[in-house]
Ligand binder design. Structure first.
Ligand code: IDP
Ligand code: MG
Length: 141
């Protein structure tokens, strides 16, 4: 079993599609083990998007990511990391196929509705950045 971190981003929060996006993950059989609705602090975003820190779009990306709270969740399941990345679709929502979350709810390369951890290393790091051990719930269907 793998765990992966998902953020429902401010564009999707503003659209009012938090529930629809969660439903897609539940329908795929993933299990929700932690959730938190939070406004991401500045230093957390510096760490989260460290790979984009020197890009010209970084200030705009931070402004976007703090324009509303985000819905942060930890999802569990077999091959959850790659499975959820696939469900999200490619980064640029304009290139994301219909039926993927970004294809259906995103707008462009920045406002793309959702984040899902890139690999297991990132998933572990992001899990520790958002959730305390006692906030993670163990349960089975
Ligand atoms: P990912 O979210 O698919 O893993 P990353 O390259 O890790 O893609 O980028 C993280 C986030 O940064 C993207 O989801 C998007 O919101 C934003 N982003 C990436 N590339 C661009 C860009 O060229 N312009 C503006 N925002 C970008
Ligand atoms: Mg990434």
């Amino acid at each position: 079993m793998e765990r992966t971190v998902v953020l429902i981003k401010p564009d999707a929060v503003k659209k009012g599609v938090i529930g629809e996006i969660i439903t897609r993950m539940e329908k795929e059989g993933y299990i929700l083990v932690a959730a938190k609705f939070l406004r991401m602090p500045d230093d957390l975003l510096d760490d989260w998007y460290a790979h984009h820190k020197d890009k010209p779009f970084f200030p705009e990306l931070k402004a976007f990511m703090t324009s509303t709270p985000v819905m942060a969740m930890l999802w569990e399941g077999k091959d959850a990391v790659s499975g959820l990345r696939k469900l999200c679709g490619p980064t640029d929502a304009r290139k994301a196929p219909k039926g993927t979350i970004r294809g259906d709810y995103g707008k462009d390369v920045q406002e793309n509705a959702i984040h899902a951890s890139e690999d297991e290393h990132a998933a572990n790091k992001e899990m520790d950045l958002i959730f305390l051990p006692h906030e993670i719930q163990e349960w089975k269907r």
